[in-house]
Design a protein around this ligand. Structure first.
Ligand SMILES: O=c1ccn([C@H]2C[C@H](O)[C@@H](COP(=O)(O)OP(=O)(O)OP(=O)(O)O)O2)c(=O)[nH]1
Length: 157
Protein backbone atom coordinates (compact mmCIF):
# COMPACT_ATOMS: atom_id res chain seq x y z
CA UNK A 1 0.00 0.00 0.00
CA UNK A 2 1.26 3.50 -0.78
CA UNK A 3 -0.46 6.75 0.10
CA UNK A 4 0.38 10.33 -0.83
CA UNK A 5 1.37 12.53 2.10
CA UNK A 6 1.72 16.27 1.69
CA UNK A 7 5.02 17.61 3.00
CA UNK A 8 6.14 21.21 3.49
CA UNK A 9 9.85 21.83 3.47
CA UNK A 10 10.71 24.55 5.98
CA UNK A 11 13.44 27.08 5.15
CA UNK A 12 16.12 25.30 7.17
CA UNK A 13 15.21 21.99 5.50
CA UNK A 14 15.63 23.35 1.97
CA UNK A 15 18.47 21.67 0.14
CA UNK A 16 18.25 18.41 2.05
CA UNK A 17 16.87 15.42 0.16
CA UNK A 18 13.33 14.43 1.08
CA UNK A 19 13.21 11.39 3.38
CA UNK A 20 13.15 8.21 1.36
CA UNK A 21 12.93 4.48 1.87
CA UNK A 22 16.44 3.03 1.74
CA UNK A 23 15.29 -0.24 0.12
CA UNK A 24 12.17 -1.43 -1.67
CA UNK A 25 11.04 -3.29 1.44
CA UNK A 26 12.00 -0.73 4.08
CA UNK A 27 9.20 0.16 6.50
CA UNK A 28 10.60 3.53 7.50
CA UNK A 29 11.82 6.65 5.74
CA UNK A 30 15.06 7.99 7.14
CA UNK A 31 14.76 11.41 8.78
CA UNK A 32 17.67 13.83 8.53
CA UNK A 33 18.93 16.44 10.96
CA UNK A 34 18.08 19.86 9.53
CA UNK A 35 20.82 21.66 11.42
CA UNK A 36 22.34 24.75 9.85
CA UNK A 37 25.18 24.30 7.37
CA UNK A 38 28.37 23.88 9.36
CA UNK A 39 26.51 23.63 12.68
CA UNK A 40 27.04 20.60 14.87
CA UNK A 41 25.03 19.37 17.81
CA UNK A 42 26.90 17.44 20.47
CA UNK A 43 24.94 15.15 22.72
CA UNK A 44 26.89 14.33 25.84
CA UNK A 45 26.15 10.98 27.53
CA UNK A 46 22.54 11.04 28.81
CA UNK A 47 21.86 14.39 27.12
CA UNK A 48 18.74 14.78 25.03
CA UNK A 49 17.63 17.16 22.31
CA UNK A 50 14.74 17.89 19.97
CA UNK A 51 16.40 17.75 16.58
CA UNK A 52 14.68 19.58 13.70
CA UNK A 53 13.90 17.74 10.47
CA UNK A 54 12.88 20.82 8.49
CA UNK A 55 9.65 19.09 7.50
CA UNK A 56 5.98 19.53 8.27
CA UNK A 57 3.41 16.94 7.22
CA UNK A 58 -0.29 16.71 6.55
CA UNK A 59 -0.97 13.05 7.22
CA UNK A 60 -4.34 11.84 6.02
CA UNK A 61 -6.91 11.32 8.78
CA UNK A 62 -6.70 7.74 10.03
CA UNK A 63 -2.90 7.62 9.89
CA UNK A 64 -0.05 8.46 12.24
CA UNK A 65 3.69 8.69 11.77
CA UNK A 66 5.93 6.96 14.28
CA UNK A 67 9.44 8.28 14.87
CA UNK A 68 11.66 5.35 15.66
CA UNK A 69 15.37 4.81 16.34
CA UNK A 70 17.79 3.56 13.72
CA UNK A 71 19.19 0.33 15.06
CA UNK A 72 22.73 0.98 13.80
CA UNK A 73 23.01 4.25 15.73
CA UNK A 74 21.47 2.63 18.79
CA UNK A 75 23.83 -0.33 18.75
CA UNK A 76 27.02 1.48 17.79
CA UNK A 77 26.62 4.78 19.61
CA UNK A 78 23.77 4.36 22.08
CA UNK A 79 21.84 7.06 20.22
CA UNK A 80 18.13 6.41 20.39
CA UNK A 81 14.73 8.08 20.32
CA UNK A 82 13.77 9.18 23.80
CA UNK A 83 10.02 8.79 23.35
CA UNK A 84 10.12 5.90 20.88
CA UNK A 85 7.97 5.58 19.04
CA UNK A 86 7.27 9.31 18.83
CA UNK A 87 3.76 9.96 17.61
CA UNK A 88 3.00 12.47 14.86
CA UNK A 89 -0.74 13.06 14.81
CA UNK A 90 -2.62 13.47 11.56
CA UNK A 91 -3.77 16.96 12.59
CA UNK A 92 -0.25 18.19 13.48
CA UNK A 93 1.09 20.78 11.08
CA UNK A 94 4.23 21.82 12.95
CA UNK A 95 7.76 20.68 12.29
CA UNK A 96 8.46 17.00 12.87
CA UNK A 97 11.18 16.79 15.49
CA UNK A 98 13.23 13.84 16.60
CA UNK A 99 13.75 13.56 20.34
CA UNK A 100 17.14 11.95 20.68
CA UNK A 101 18.93 10.74 23.78
CA UNK A 102 22.50 9.56 23.99
CA UNK A 103 22.57 6.41 26.11
CA UNK A 104 26.16 5.73 25.15
CA UNK A 105 29.29 6.46 27.16
CA UNK A 106 30.76 8.85 24.57
CA UNK A 107 29.49 12.17 23.21
CA UNK A 108 27.70 11.94 19.84
CA UNK A 109 28.20 14.73 17.33
CA UNK A 110 25.43 15.37 14.79
CA UNK A 111 25.71 17.39 11.60
CA UNK A 112 23.30 18.64 8.94
CA UNK A 113 21.90 15.87 6.76
CA UNK A 114 22.77 13.04 9.10
CA UNK A 115 20.14 10.32 9.14
CA UNK A 116 19.08 10.26 12.77
CA UNK A 117 15.85 8.26 12.92
CA UNK A 118 13.21 6.63 10.79
CA UNK A 119 9.56 7.41 10.30
CA UNK A 120 6.96 4.70 9.84
CA UNK A 121 3.46 5.72 8.75
CA UNK A 122 0.76 3.46 10.10
CA UNK A 123 -3.03 3.28 10.19
CA UNK A 124 -4.67 4.23 13.45
CA UNK A 125 -7.70 2.58 14.94
CA UNK A 126 -9.69 4.97 17.07
CA UNK A 127 -11.95 3.43 19.65
CA UNK A 128 -15.07 4.38 21.51
CA UNK A 129 -14.86 3.36 25.16
CA UNK A 130 -18.02 1.64 26.30
CA UNK A 131 -18.18 1.61 30.08
CA UNK A 132 -19.25 -1.58 31.85
CA UNK A 133 -18.91 -3.00 35.35
CA UNK A 134 -18.38 -6.49 34.01
CA UNK A 135 -15.58 -7.63 31.68
CA UNK A 136 -15.66 -11.06 30.03
CA UNK A 137 -13.58 -13.81 31.64
CA UNK A 138 -10.31 -15.07 30.14
CA UNK A 139 -7.68 -17.68 31.09
CA UNK A 140 -5.16 -14.93 31.88
CA UNK A 141 -7.56 -12.92 33.93
CA UNK A 142 -5.63 -10.21 35.75
CA UNK A 143 -2.28 -12.02 35.53
CA UNK A 144 0.45 -9.91 34.00
CA UNK A 145 3.93 -8.53 34.53
CA UNK A 146 5.68 -11.91 34.42
CA UNK A 147 2.78 -14.06 35.61
CA UNK A 148 3.57 -16.67 32.95
CA UNK A 149 7.21 -16.93 34.09
CA UNK A 150 10.34 -14.93 33.45
CA UNK A 151 12.87 -17.68 32.74
CA UNK A 152 11.28 -19.47 29.82
CA UNK A 153 9.50 -22.02 32.01
CA UNK A 154 5.78 -21.93 32.55
CA UNK A 155 4.74 -21.34 36.13
CA UNK A 156 1.51 -23.06 37.13
CA UNK A 157 -0.88 -20.72 38.81
O1 LIG B 1 8.68 12.49 18.42
C1 LIG B 1 7.81 13.35 18.21
C2 LIG B 1 6.61 13.36 18.92
C3 LIG B 1 5.68 14.35 18.64
N1 LIG B 1 5.92 15.29 17.68
C4 LIG B 1 4.93 16.30 17.35
C5 LIG B 1 3.85 15.70 16.48
C6 LIG B 1 2.74 15.40 17.43
O2 LIG B 1 1.50 15.41 16.78
C7 LIG B 1 2.91 16.52 18.44
C8 LIG B 1 2.39 16.22 19.79
O3 LIG B 1 3.01 15.04 20.24
P1 LIG B 1 2.51 14.29 21.54
O4 LIG B 1 1.01 14.12 21.49
O5 LIG B 1 3.35 13.10 21.73
O6 LIG B 1 2.90 15.36 22.62
P2 LIG B 1 2.27 15.77 23.98
O7 LIG B 1 3.39 15.93 24.92
O8 LIG B 1 1.14 14.87 24.39
O9 LIG B 1 1.77 17.22 23.60
P3 LIG B 1 0.39 17.77 23.05
O10 LIG B 1 -0.31 18.23 24.28
O11 LIG B 1 0.80 18.89 22.16
O12 LIG B 1 -0.32 16.67 22.31
O13 LIG B 1 4.30 16.76 18.52
C9 LIG B 1 7.10 15.25 16.95
O14 LIG B 1 7.33 16.06 16.06
N2 LIG B 1 8.01 14.28 17.24
Amino acid sequence: MSIDVAVRVLPHGAGLPLPAYATSGAAGLDLMAALAEGETLTLAPLARAAVPTGLALALPEGFEAQVRPRSGLALKQGLTVLNAPGTVDSDYRGEVKVLLVNLGAEPVVLARGQRIAQMVVAPVTRIKLVETGDLDETTRGDGGFGSTGLDGRQISR
